[in-house]
Ligand binder design. Sequence first.
Ligand SMILES: Nc1ncnc2c1ncn2[C@@H]1O[C@H](COP(=O)(O)OS(=O)(=O)O)[C@@H](OP(=O)(O)O)[C@H]1O
Ligand SMILES: Nc1ncnc2c1ncn2[C@@H]1O[C@H](COP(=O)(O)OP(=O)(O)O)[C@@H](O)[C@H]1O
Length: 319
Amino acid sequence: MRVAFVGKGGSGKTTLSALFSRHLADSGAPVVAIDGDINQHLAYALGLDEDDAFGAPPLSARTGEIKDFLRGTNPRIASRDAMVKTTPPGRGSRLLRLLGDDEIHGRHVRGINGVPLMVTGAFDEGDLGVACYHSKLGAVELYLNHLVDGAGEYVVVDMTAGADAFASGLFTRFDMTFLVVEPTRKSVSVYRQYRDHAAEFGIPIGVVGNKVTGEDDLLFLKEHVGDDLLAHCVQSSFVRAQEQGREEGELEAHNTETLRRLRTAVDTRTKDWATFQRHAVEFHLRNASAWANEATGQDLATQVDPDFRHGPGALAVSV
Ligand SMILES: Nc1ncnc2c1ncn2[C@@H]1O[C@H](COP(=O)(O)OS(=O)(=O)O)[C@@H](OP(=O)(O)O)[C@H]1O
Ligand SMILES: Nc1ncnc2c1ncn2[C@@H]1O[C@H](COP(=O)(O)OP(=O)(O)O)[C@@H](O)[C@H]1O
């Protein structure tokens, strides 16, 4: 199952992505966390020392190689240059198992305190004015498009909620999207925007309140978020201590219960591979006509393999 944490910057996406990934990993579940936030902090939130480097290349540094690997022998994708981030898998494409023995997991995953993590890479000065952050997310979208994950396996992506998420089909690649919302008007307005986009495509979302300090905060969230409010985290002295470099205490019981509820919300979803692939194709065709046909000089609609059925059955025959 794939889970995204989105929200306004500073709302606590990274913190909750780290706590949730750790919660899953501690239970023994296979999990891959992915840092897709413009502020690349997830490794540190998982406990990497501030002075240490992550130690594996960011996905965005190897988008070309990743395209070559994933296109495999798919005859509809002639080269890496013809493959864009929305190019859906077809017969001959390489499909991935979670944490499988393949070059993407092998090269890009590093375990941080027991949580396998991949990172998209920082938006650096070289990118200013020449690229948008969504270019960094292309490899994540390709990874998710080619992954065949099962129940009880988890991918947790820490992601910005900005327009970048909607620049491709990335926001449709998840079984559940958790919107992290603080009890503030700004945070609620980001929720409303995201909710409206998600509703247009039938994307399941749930709101997680965060940094709740009392009854007034909770009432504010209930009033503005209503039934979308799945659970909330209270202001956490455990999180604050970690931020201050102190490993002490345990996560508050209320917050642990919230993590359990989030897991239940994910576990009660059922995978619908046909809809997943339909969305992939739909967004590929949109991107093809909006910019990608022109960018590649090809008719990218021909990349769609009408006889490909995504899911565990396709994995069995993948190269
Ligand atoms: N949604 C959307 N709308 C308009 N233009 C877009 C969009 N997505 C990507 N692009 C531009 O296409 C170029 C390649 O994009 P990416 O590097 O993100 O990805 S990929 O080619 O799909 O792998 C790249 O342009 P250049 O930076 O000029 O190469 C992107 O800015
Ligand atoms: N429940 C919480 N209790 C205490 N501090 C929190 C909580 N959630 C987030 N924070 C703090 O708020 C700040 C922003 O959180 P972060 O996860 O980096 O946000 P985002 O990823 O959405 O930008 C960090 O300093 C983090 O430690």
